[in-house]
Design a protein around this ligand. Sequence first.
Ligand code: ZN
Length: 174
Amino acid sequence: METSKQLPKTIKLFKFARKEASLHGDYKIATMPRISEIARNTEDRVKVDLSFYLENDKTPCIKGIIDTKIILDCQRCLEAFPVELKINFNLAFVRYEDQAEELDSGFEVYVIGEEEDLDSIDLITDEILLSIPMAPSHDFDCNLKIDKEEIVEEIRKNPFDVLKNIKTTDFGKE
Ligand SMILES: [Zn+2]
């Protein structure tokens, strides 16, 4: 069986859809800036398979799978919080919002106007960000790392306190 072709940096939406292209990508998390910001495992891979087609003979669509594991920080204990992702999606790209009404509800619809090119990394990043929890925390009872000393430290760093101190000092000088 022929292996599918490499997904280029730029997706030519209409061209790929008309050709019914099947493309794959294999990226380091480090190549995705918005994911790298929140992931601990930036050397790990993101695998992507995309199939392009035209719906109703005119609407370019992408059916795809993203396969990866992102290690986030647990918001409660600050330890590693791994998230296994197998994201299946079906995207439709329309010029105007009312064009979306002709599509069934199985599509995630993007309004792109006259745009025909999409950045591959941006598209993949968006799908990953939509699938990971906003405030990840372990479902077991992990311990709070913040103890009283750290809380005191936080209060000292409060910018308003700093402002107050400056004002007092200036006042004292006059
Ligand atoms: Zn935790």
